[in-house]
Design a protein around this ligand. Structure first.
Ligand code: GLN
Length: 235
């Protein structure tokens, strides 16, 4: 397993709206010492992974656009982000999307707002609020299909429901036959809130993915970082 710690991967958390503090605490729990809050495009420079937290995907979509972060992240999180980036392109960025974050990475969203945008990086169709309203929030223990360990305690709050996934998507956990934790290449996403329970296996899995990806990446090109910084200064 990849160790977090001083030389571990640098993880960013999108800090526009939603449960940012809880993800920060979860990362600290597993020893991630370099966690950065992402509010503008320049904050993406040097990250080995990005968490898109739960919150409200329609609001997040609007704020991503107004901060210039939508385009900056989309460049690093192309459709089917599992595949290797094209030569010369910015290296693809591993992403953990939780709840609203799952909506943000999905290829297709049902019951969303017509102007709501997604990165389309995960070949999945999701229905926004597919499990019902706030009062229908629930907790459940789900079994990880990788087989490892005990059931994972989960919390679903106005969660998106995964209606279908493409052939390249690996289903890592299901609840009542419906995928709730999925992975496609560098994209890990869940319908529930792993940051709201004490079990840190989802965060650990993501940090491991980021560490592995970092080891296979080419050295960053200074020009690319400068372009990103320039883009943000122009905001
Ligand atoms: N229903 C919210 C949405 O569509 C997600 C809720 C959550 O993140 N807890 O964005």
């Amino acid at each position: 397993m990849t160790g977090a710690g001083p030389s571990g991967p640098v993880i960013g958390i999108l800090d526009l709206q939603g449960d940012v503090r809880e993800h920060l605490a979860a990362l600290r729990d597993i020893g991630c010492s370099d966690v950065r809050l992402v509010k503008r495009p320049a904050d993406l420079v040097g990250l080995d992974g990005l968490i898109l937290p739960g919150g409200e995907s329609t609001t997040l979509s609007m704020l991503l656009e107004s901060t210039g972060l939508f385009e900056a992240i989309a460049e690093r999180v192309p459709p089917g982000s599992g595949s290797s980036p094209d030569a010369g392109a910015l290296p693809a960025l591993p992403v953990l999307g939780t709840c609203a974050g799952l909506v943000l990475v999905a290829r297709e969203v049902q019951d969303g707002r017509p102007d709501q945008r997604t990165f389309g990086a995960l070949d999945a169709v999701v229905r926004r609020n597919g499990y019902g309203r706030q009062v229908q929030s629930f907790e459940a223990d789900v079994v990880l299909s990788a087989g490892a360990g005990t059931a994972l305690p989960t919390v679903f709050i106005r969660a998106p429901m995964v209606l279908s996934v493409g052939p390249e998507v690996e289903v890592l956990a299901e609840h009542e036959g419906v995928p709730v934790l999925v992975r496609q290449g560098l994209i890990l996403a869940c319908a529930f809130h792993p940051e709201l329970t004490p079990d840190r296996r989802v965060h650990r899995m993501f940090v491991d993915m980021c560490g592995t990806n970092r080891r296979v990446l080419p050295e960053p090109t200074p020009g690319v970082a400068a372009d990103l910084l320039g883009a943000s200064e122009a905001l």
